[in-house]
Design a protein around this ligand. Structure first.
Ligand code: HEM
Length: 485
């Protein structure tokens, strides 16, 4: 399951050559054990030459307690971020790199500069990704995380007001490192959650109860727990993600029995994910989340605090860039389940937004999704097998059909069980989105999520569209995709 190899095959010559000098890689593959979490536990520190930035990150929750302006001034006073300290960039002309960078908002939103991105297609954006120059060097990723936290701390964790210009001191290294790993220069789910943890007992499993966050903005139990629930859900999703490509293989081979086993793995992983999400309230209070935890995740697209976007000082002609902030919608898990189970959603702002969110996933995860979408529909295969076994058993009462077949009803049941659990996950998630955001923002004109639009009806539509893909009960002639038949 190495999406990285797939990515590399189709990649054009990189615009930036990063030396392969460091040993540890990050987000270079999607593994059966950890799926989209790093296969190796994430690095804890940058090289000693960048210690000042590590120290600032470590201190960030304390710096937020300073008088207004203290945090921003402290960050402004940091020494220059010396990119040459990162072995992967040591031989790279970073000044030249910065001159060549295309505007961030052109790379990381499907239709930058337009009010709607509905014309984008997942294929196009994946191809763009594969043409970029992603390095999986763990130190580059660590630098990306450090600079993302300090940037969002600079913008959102101090006052008064929100600066519309990101100081060159942070903007330039952040843009350079982001370009080198093929990610947008903004906080992403990958940096906020996927690589922001360590195991308390390194010999014990990666699960809730044995993990804590590496870094926080304001700090405190609510912030840590919010993130750790996401990390634990990513770990619990691994058996489902590991089943997706084998499921597609089994569908190609018309192996109904194997398909049933893979559907069962997906179903039980989704149940485990729900059990974990249900624990959010144990240590993350909805009001604390709404007022404090979610603030630094904000981006600078569809955000009234930065209506024009953010100027990265000295870059892109000082034209403001508009980028979405961090959100669970950048997790590849649910996108991958939709792709493999053949779930299609109606076009609208959420669908366009989720296409944009792919550009905020690590390149290997985007490639994994792209690969899933290239395979024939598993849902169609279930329908076809169900019809074959039904007609074969009606023409021969004693026959059990192909020896690879289970009964048509049990295969459909297995598919529908997976769909039902995904619907339950979406239903539960919607309830959390209401309890943690919408109920507190009633006084505001609109209930807006990270995407900047009214999210509750959109989340409901996503849940309902999932349920509509169940096969049982519909006649075989009308079993096309419920949204496109
Ligand atoms: C208290 C916890 C959570 C809240 C308040 C929340 C909030 C939201 C909101 C407001 C949206 C709408 C789009 C946006 O603003 O980006 C959204 C979308 C989404 N979130 Fe969450 N979320 C939470 C937890 C999670 C978790 C744990 C996951 C899974 C890893 C997740 C995955 C998603 C996905 C995949 C979408 C896209 C819609 C879909 O595919 O159904 N969220 N979330």
């Amino acid at each position: 399951m190495t999406a990285r190899s797939q990515a590399t095959n189709t990649q054009k010559r990189p615009k930036v050559q990063c030396s392969a000098t460091t040993k540890q890689l990050l987000f270079n593959q999607v593994t059966p054990d950890r799926a989209f979490l790093p296969a190796q536990d994430p690095l804890l520190r940058l090289p000693p030459g960048l210690q000042a930035y590590e120290d600032a990150l470590q201190e960030l929750p304390k710096l937020t307690l300073g008088s207004p302006g203290f945090l921003r001034q402290t960050l402004q006073d940091l020494p220059c971020f010396d990119l040459q300290q990162l072995p992967a960039l040591a031989s790279c002309d970073t000044a030249q790199l910065l001159q060549q960078l295309p505007p961030a908002c052109q790379c990381y939103t499907a239709a930058a500069g337009t009010s709607s991105s509905s014309s984008s297609s997942p294929q196009q954006s994946t191809a763009d990704v594969l043409r970029s120059f992603p390095s999986c060097d763990a130190q580059l990723w660590r630098a990306y995380m450090v600079l993302a936290f300090l940037t969002h701390g600079f913008l959102w964790c101090d006052g008064p007001g929100v600066p519309s210009v990101l100081t060159q001191l942070l903007a330039q290294p952040f843009a350079a490192v982001s370009a080198a790993i093929g990610m947008p220069p903004v906080l992403t789910y990958a940096t906020y959650n996927l690589m922001n943890w360590r195991r308390l007992d390194p010999a014990a499993p990666l699960e809730l109860g044995n993990i804590c966050c590496q870094h926080n903005f304001f700090g405190g139990m609510d912030e840590e727990w919010f993130r750790l629930i996401h990390v634990a859900i990513e770990a619990a999703a691994a058996p489902a993600i590991a089943a997706l490509q084998p499921l597609q293989q089994a569908a190609l081979q018309h192996d109904a029995a194997a398909m049933e086993l893979h559907f069962a793995a997906i179903t039980s992983a989704l149940q485990a994910m729900q059990e974990l999400l249900a624990r959010m309230g144990e240590r993350c209070d909805p009001y604390v989340y709404y007022k404090r935890v979610r603030v630094p995740m904000s981006g600078w697209r569809n955000n009234e605090a930065l209506p024009q976007g953010l100027v990265y000082e000295g870059l892109w002609g000082n034209q403001p860039q508009q980028l979405y902030g961090e959100t669970g919608a950048q997790s590849t898990v649910v996108h991958a389940l939709d792709a493999a189970l053949g779930i299609q959603h109606t076009k609208g702002w959420m669908q366009a937004y989720l296409t944009d969110m792919r550009a905020h996933m690590p390149p290997s995860h985007r490639a994994f999704l792209h690969q899933l979408e290239q395979e024939p529909s598993v849902r169609d295969a279930v329908q076809a097998l169900a019809q074959t076994t039904t007609s074969s058993s009606s023409s021969n009462n004693n026959s059990s059909g192909s020896n690879k077949s289970s009964s048509s009803s049990s295969l459909v049941e297995a598919y529908d069980a997976a769909i039902a659990e995904l619907e339950r996950f979406r239903s539960q998630h919607r309830a959390f989105a209401i309890a943690y955001i919408a109920q507190w923002s009633k006084k505001e004109a609109k209930e807006v999520g990270t995407g900047g639009s009214d999210f509750v009806p959109a989340l409901s539509a996503y849940k309902d569209a999932t349920a509509a893909h169940k096969l049982a009960g519909s006649s075989s002639s009308s079993r096309g995709c419920p949204l496109h038949s």
